[in-house]
Design a binder for this molecule. Structure first.
Ligand SMILES: [Fe+2]
Length: 342
């Protein structure tokens, strides 16, 4: 399953595709993804996705190392995000043509070999010039454990360890691009971390459906259509508190808490809308999830990891501090792609 994806181009009727831009404009204001809360107990002083951040700093997007200082690197990867649909709650008007798109649903079902598909969320990401997204896999879910009650890095390690497959809730993802930034290609490893890396341009009204919980992926650097080419390498300090606000005439105003501000046009921005749906192979697994049957707990997870670490000859895990333990789990189970394999 990990080496499969479906490319959809064009995705929507032209007027519906234009409507996707109008939805972002209508929302007016985007905040950043930075502060989703911190982990409790395990690695509690680490960022939620420290697995990705540390790898990015040491290897960069192309495996050649990141030349930025840590704070600049974080600004590069802290993009803007807003949610359009969450479960049954539609938070913006006009998203139906995307949220209920038959081809997205069919592709997701086929990809996951699912008999029951439950749409979960639709959200938008906007990256500004100079930003890119580190190679990562998304945060998966298991019966009983998800990002609301477990550290995100732990959930990621659980998936890559393959020790928790019978509790996993498979999720299919569709990423669609609108506006057409000259850079910001979607880059991914469809054959697995050891395979070749492919890139798909973020062309207007195109999309990919794949399992982003398993397939390593990222976003190449976003280019500006109106600023000097070299300006794309400079990036404002898009830390927490930064906002991106639509100010009319196709222009967006970004303001950071550090006092940076900049006006962008649509063509400068890399705008994507993501759809995620739960993919159940059988009515039984759907029912177990619906009714909260056979759920995992954190102590159970740690016990399973402990047994496996022992079987691998790692005997000192119990003596590690929470942060060291978290790092050990990431190092043991998450096999990042070695670098650029274009
Ligand atoms: Fe992702």
């Amino acid at each position: 399953m990990a080496n499969q994806y479906t490319y959809l181009a064009p995705l929507l009727a032209p007027t519906d595709a234009d409507q996707m831009l109008a939805i972002a404009e209508g929302l007016r204001r985007f905040g950043t993804y930075a502060d989703e809360g911190t982990s409790d107990g395990l690695g509690e002083t680490l960022p939620q996705r420290f697995d990705v951040g540390f790898n990015y700093l040491s290897r960069g997007l192309d495996g050649e190392g990141c030349c930025d200082e840590a704070s600049v690197a974080l600004g590069r990867t802290n993009y803007f995000r807003e949610t359009y649909v969450y479960g049954d709650e539609q938070q913006v008007d006009g998203i139906e043509s995307f949220a209920n798109h038959a081809l997205i649903g069919e592709s997701a079902r086929a990809l996951a070999d699912a008999s029951v598909l439950v749409p979960a969320i639709v959200y938008a990401n906007i990256l500004v010039p100079g930003q890119e997204l580190a190679i990562h896999t998304d945060v998966p879910e298991f019966r009983g454990l998800n990002r609301k009650n477990a550290p995100q890095w732990l959930l990621v390690c659980m998936l890559h360890s393959k020790l928790f497959e019978s509790w996993r809730v498979p999720i299919a993802t569709c990423v669609a691009w609108f506006g057409g930034n000259a850079g910001g290609a979607f880059t991914f490893y469809p054959e697995g971390a050891a395979g070749r890396r492919e890139s798909i341009a973020a062309d207007h009204n195109t999309a990919i459906v794949l399992d982003t919980d398993r397939v390593f992926h990222g976003v190449e650097r976003v280019k500006s259509a109106s600023l000097e080419e070299t300006s794309s390498d400079r990036i404002a300090d898009v830390g927490s508190g930064a906002t991106l606000e639509f100010v009319g005439d196709g222009r967006w105003h970004m303001q950071t808490s550090g006092g940076d501000d900049c006006v962008y046009h649509w063509a400068d921005l890399r705008y994507s809308i993501s759809w995620k749906g739960y993919c159940f192979k059988s009515a039984i697994s759907h029912r177990k999830w619906q009714h909260g049957e056979e759920c995992l707990s954190i102590p159970q997870v740690l016990e399973i990891f402990e047994k496996d670490l022992l079987a691998r000859g790692i005997t000192d895990a119990g003596a590690l501090s929470p942060n060291e333990y978290a790092q050990k789990i990431v190092d043991t189970y998450v096999g990042f792609p070695p670098g650029n394999r274009h």
